[in-house]
Write a protein that binds this ligand. Structure first.
Ligand SMILES: [Zn+2]
Length: 442
């Protein structure tokens, strides 16, 4: 029988890692001689959900097993989760879903919604009951949404790969001993087959997390071969416990579906909205840039935060009348203001003229004159020379930015954000072949 296993929410802010459980299961299943029909999947869901742990990721394993081994597989999954969960941490509500056969329409629908919306736990419970699945929740049922969504996201369209290497228990919590120069070199040698592993703008290595979790590093790329080669190019000065190649929706913009998503502004959901820049962007303390976007009769505040780097400078260069499309997450604004779209992507479609209107200059000294009053002309403060006929000056400033797609600096991009290097290279479908070659190592 075909069996799809979803696991979610074994993480907590203190460490532990859902993908590590998947990696252990890959090893245990291999020892049982179980056949994988896909790489294990990491599925990121709506990144704007406030109660997520770190990345709002769930995992799915897809296997083909003889009917008689179902109980053994189920026991193996539950035991592995139970042995490796961060029990006792608040907000850790592990859940496991086992679904026989292919995901049904209702499971797929629920998992699509989980990318752009907030799916209540009771919907997941009902869906599990109505399809050929069984589920185990160890805390509240909130983890069930992720586990079922992971099962339902079969990544048949665009996808990417990530090779994740894990640390030996005795090293967890210590500094990661990964040679920086080798990462820079790897990035240079393997781009665009790999992506978002090094942020050259900020000279920052992106493959290593910083917490106490078991992940040593994760390398992102387009093919299993590309991430495996990249991994071999990295010099690691600590023992690697195991590594696994995952197939994932990282870097695919999966949370921004093609169907012109809701232009609706709803808290904690992604939004795509086209419109016209209403006024000059404002820079506030901390370096964040805000502007107002007008779409038909509604106006929405958009924000580009400081860590987005050059991106926020592009946003700061917008002028009233620019036609743009914003992609982002709708978040509540702390200071009681209306919700803000936190920008993840900006498409500049048409630039308007950057026009500044100034008072005419004095014919004697060249300084700008002051207005005497509405319709009464101008006067030079220095020469006292007056003029009633000179028109205001209309100045057209050259534009620095150009139409196009703009993203935050790599270090500030979300897991799901599609990097610029992938535009035009999106995959259309998955071959549905089982993993080939060496794709994991205990
Ligand atoms: Zn003058």
């Amino acid at each position: 029988m075909k069996l799809q296993i979803g696991v979610d929410d074994t993480d907590s802010i203190k460490g532990g890692c859902t993908t590590y459980i998947a990696a252990l299961l890959v090893d245990r299943f291999s020892q049982l001689g179980i056949q994988f029909t896909d790489y294990p999947n990491i599925i990121r869901l709506n990144p704007n959900i406030p109660f997520k742990t770190r990345g709002n990721a769930a995992v799915a394993l897809r296997v083909q097993i003889p009917d008689r081994t179902y109980e053994l597989v189920r026991e193996t999954v539950l035991r592995t989760v139970e042995e490796n969960c961060r029990w006792g941490d608040e907000r850790t509500d592990p859940a496991v879903v086992l679904l026989r056969g292919n995901p049904t329409g209702s499971v797929k629908r629920l998992s699509r919604e989980a990318l752009t919306d907030i799916v209540p736990a009771h919907r997941a419970i009902r869906t599990v009951k109505n399809c050929n699945a069984s589920a185990v929740c160890y805390g509240s049922a909130i983890g069930l949404v992720g586990a079922l969504s992971a099962v339902g996201q079969t990544l048949n369209g665009d996808y990417t790969l990530e090779l994740i290497a894990y640390r030996k228990p005795q090293n967890r919590g210590k500094l990661r001993r990964v040679n920086r120069a080798s990462v820079v070199r790897m990035d240079r040698m393997t781009t665009p087959g790999t992506f978002n592993n090094y942020d050259s703008d900020n000279r920052r290595v992106l493959i290593t997390p910083h917490g106490p979790d078991p992940v040593l590093l994760g390398v992102r790329g387009e093919t299993p071969h590309a991430v495996a080669r990249a991994f071999r190019l990295i010099h690691i000065r600590e023992p690697v416990e195991r590594w696994v190649i995952f197939r994932t929706n990282h870097g695919t913009d999966a949370h921004f579906p093609n169907t012109l998503l809701k232009q609706r502004i709803e808290l904690n959901r992604p939004v795509i909205r086209s419109g016209v820049v209403l006024e000059r962007p404002k820079r506030i303390v901390g370096g964040h840039v805000f502007f107002k976007l007008k779409h038909k009769n509604s106006i929405v505040q958009c924000a580009a935060f400081e860590p987005t780097g050059k991106f926020k400078e592009v946003v700061a260069d917008l002028v009233p009348g620019d036609e743009v499309m914003v992609f982002g997450g709708v978040k509540r604004n702390d200071r009681g203001h209306p919700p803000t779209v936190n920008l993840e992507k900006l498409v500049i479609r048409r630039l308007s003229d950057d026009i500044a209107i100034e008072n005419p200059k004095c014919s004697r000294c060249g300084k700008h004159m002051k207005s005497v009053g509405e319709g009464q002309g101008f006067r030079c403060v220095r020469c006292k020379l007056g003029s009633s006929h000179q028109p205001k000056l209309v100045l057209r400033k050259p534009r620095v930015i150009r139409p196009g797609v703009y993203l935050p600096d790599k270090r500030a991009q979300r897991h799901l954000t599609k990097p610029l290097s992938r535009y035009g290279f999106e995959k259309r479908r998955w071959s549905k072949e089982p993993p080939k070659g060496t794709w994991h190592k205990p």
